[in-house]
Design a protein around this ligand. Structure first.
Ligand SMILES: [Zn+2]
Length: 70
């Protein structure tokens, strides 16, 4: 039983680590965009920390896709 739980944990951990929904946002109150890459042109103007987060969280914060992305 313990082994099953451990395997389940490893599986879930891998899913999180390889999350394709990872996006980057500027940690500012005025930032309304999310970006697929940390070195996007749209993040060059960011005066705050660039946060790595998920698409779901970015959307829940009212962020929309950056205009420089495809
Ligand atoms: Zn961008």
């Amino acid at each position: 039983m313990k082994i099953v739980l451990l395997l389940g944990f490893i599986f879930l951990n891998n899913v999180v680590c390889t999350d394709v929904n990872t996006v980057y946002i500027c940690d500012s109150r005025t930032g309304k965009r999310y970006h697929y890459t940390a070195d996007c042109k749209g993040l060059n103007n960011c005066q705050h920390k660039v946060l790595k987060t998920t698409l779901e969280i970015a959307k829940s914060r009212g962020k929309t896709l950056c205009g420089f992305e495809d």
